[in-house]
Design a protein around this ligand. Structure first.
Ligand SMILES: [Fe+2]
Length: 344
């Protein structure tokens, strides 16, 4: 993407994120990754009258090409963490999510925006205030519920006891102290109580396996008891999931992680057919998906910090909170979460 367009987008992003004169915005990157993003954010922050600098870390040794969450080069750089805590806003071009270091930076009152997706996706799913409002409606409803039940015509019937962990909203920008967000994103989630998830989950053809970046081709049945996946049955997809999870050698990878639903009508379920790269935020965000995930719950303040994490956006599910329908067959049924074009 042309650097001047990237500059304009990052300027609009920092405006939404409330960057103002006199604030300190630190841009964090590593190695040679996203130096064009770093330039654009520095330019934008400066243009808005903020103080700004670029903190660039070396590449950490990758673990066999796997997507390991929570492991970042900040762990070896406590001095860098201290510097980031002094910022009003950190632009994270690395992906710090699930790390202790990100939690510490947020706890210091610093807001954090992650931006690692390809620039065309940043543009196409650019955050809006209208989308934020609908995501916040979802978060409000979710935060008050105590039981989440998800069903599907494929055989899913699973219940989460919720309320122990916070509800998190993601709408693509952040203007509140200590709050994290990810550009682009539009969904809400929470986690079940550690021993409070039970039932059966059936992945259907077309459901999405992240980080494989593939679509499920045949049904996969998860049996879950007391918050732990006991069994994953099916054909090739099930074997691939089990093989991937077992490669971490960490039974905590079989824990159940966050659960919620997507709200961006611009995000396309078929986004992987012309996948621009990145980590699949479009698939997490598409309207009416139920996002099931396994592995860590450290992001929510829980004890499981395994690096083995799968996110699985599912189509066609119904989701109930305290028996009230929120989604029916993959479509949102709460009016205030619908896009304006569907409220008339
Ligand atoms: Fe996730």
């Amino acid at each position: 993407m042309d650097q001047s367009i990237l500059n304009q987008m990052c300027r609009a992003q920092l405006e939404l994120s409330g960057v103002r004169e006199g604030e300190l915005v630190v841009v964090l990157s590593r190695g040679h990754e996203r130096l064009d993003y770093a330039d654009a954010f520095l330019n934008a922050a400066q243009g808005l009258g903020a103080k700004t600098y670029h903190l660039r870390l070396p590449m950490a040794a990758a673990r066999g090409g796997q997507w390991t969450v929570g492991v970042t080069p900040l762990a070896e750089n406590p001095e860098a963490v201290d510097a980031l805590k002094k910022a009003d806003m950190v632009v994270d071009l690395i992906f710090l999510l699930f790390s202790k270091e990100q939690m510490a930076i947020q706890a210091a009152g610093t807001r954090v925006l992650t931006a690692i997706e390809p620039a065309p996706l940043l543009a196409r799913l650019f955050p809006t205030k209208e989308l934020r409002e609908r995501v916040e409606v979802g978060a409000e409803i979710l935060s008050k519920a105590r039981v989440m039940r998800i069903t599907s015509r494929h055989g899913t019937d699973i219940t989460y006891k919720i309320g122990k962990y916070p509800t998190i909203s993601e709408y693509g920008y952040t203007d509140q102290p200590g709050r994290w967000d990810h550009w682009p994103a539009a969904f809400v989630f929470t986690g079940g109580a550690d021993d409070g998830v039970d039932g059966q989950l059936v992945l259907a053809p077309g459901d999405v396996l992240l980080p494989f970046n593939t679509y499920v081709t045949s049904p996969v049945t998860y049996t879950i008891e007391k918050g732990v996946i006991q069994d994953i049955r099916g054909q090739l997809d099930a074997e691939l999931i089990r093989s991937y999870m077992d490669s971490f050698g960490d039974p905590r990878g079989y824990g159940v992680s966050h659960i919620g639903w997507g709200l961006d009508e611009r995000a396309q379920w078929h986004g992987l057919t012309s996948f621009p790269g990145g980590i699949g935020m479009e698939l997490r965000s598409f309207f009416g998906n139920v996002l099931f995930s396994s592995g860590p719950n450290s992001e929510l303040g829980g004890p499981n910090d395994t690096p083995c994490h799968l996110d699985i956006p599912m189509r066609g599910c119904s989701l109930f909170l305290d028996d009230e329908p929120i989604l029916i067959d993959g479509d949102v049924v709460v009016k205030d979460m619908l896009p304006a074009s569907r409220r008339r």
